[in-house]
Design a binder for this molecule. Structure first.
Ligand code: MG
Length: 229
């Protein structure tokens, strides 16, 4: 999909949160690795980046299927996810991603609505959005863990953002750092800007359906305006 075709007008920019707005992914990856280990399961930090965007139970079931040949039951999922959250909450506070504030500010200055679409339900992060990005995001249209059933790579979270904003996919941009998030945005029909802020090779994001790729939010902040026409 190209932005130059038709007379498209961008009305909405949907930002993923972890790894885009906050530099939180290293903490998620190490927390997943430690929690799985506590339950006799193996999930390397590198692999955790590949699962970014899934629901907690979605990730857990992939690992139990592979290692135990079965899905985890609800109780196991709860315990493992609680353990992962415990490790995550003991990590240092994730900092705002350099360049993220500038990117969101430019979107807003262009008269376009920025919203957050995330599978995360981390209370600490949600509360910090307003502190780190004051008066920038339209919180009524935010999509988070409690809103979604399937999670990424299902297009559901982005379709929900479009629905809340009453905007057509052709008039929206998705900004994502994770392969499954890129897939979700692409499947929702949006123009997807990938920002590779993690350890994965660029081609993983490009093959997931990214329309363009930048290597940092700072680099994106210097280029975002050309996509907002
Ligand atoms: Mg992310």
């Amino acid at each position: 999909m190209s932005l130059s075709e038709d007379n498209k007008k961008i009305k909405l920019v949907m930002f993923d949160m972890d790894g885009v707005l906050f530099d939180s992914m290293p903490y998620h990856a190490t927390s997943w690795n430690k929690a799985m280990k506590d339950f006799g399961l193996e999930l390397s930090e590198a692999e955790a980046y590949m699962h970014e965007g899934r629901t907690g139970s979605g990730t857990i079931n992939i690992i139990t299927q592979r290692q135990l040949g079965r899905e985890a039951d609800e109780e196991e999922c709860k315990r493992i996810y609680a353990c992962k959250s415990k490790y995550f909450n003991s990590c240092p506070t994730a900092q705002r991603m350099p360049g993220a504030f500038e990117t969101v500010s430019k979107v807003k200055e262009c008269g376009i609505t920025p919203i957050i679409v995330t599978g995360s339900g981390q209370v600490s992060l949600m509360e910090r959005i307003e502190r780190s990005f004051p008066n920038l995001f339209k919180s009524e249209w935010m999509v988070c863990a409690k809103d979604v059933k399937y999670g990424k790579p299902n297009p559901e979270p982005y379709l929900m953002g479009l629905k809340k904003a009453n905007v057509d996919a052709r008039n929206a941009i998705v900004i994502e750092n994770a392969p499954l998030g890129v897939q979700a945005g692409h499947a929702a029909g949006c123009f997807v800007i990938a920002v590779n802020t993690g350890p994965l090779p660029d081609n993983v994001l490009l093959e997931s359906g990214a329309d363009v790729l930048y290597h940092s939010m700072t680099e994106l902040s210097q280029n975002i305006e050309k996509y907002l026409k």
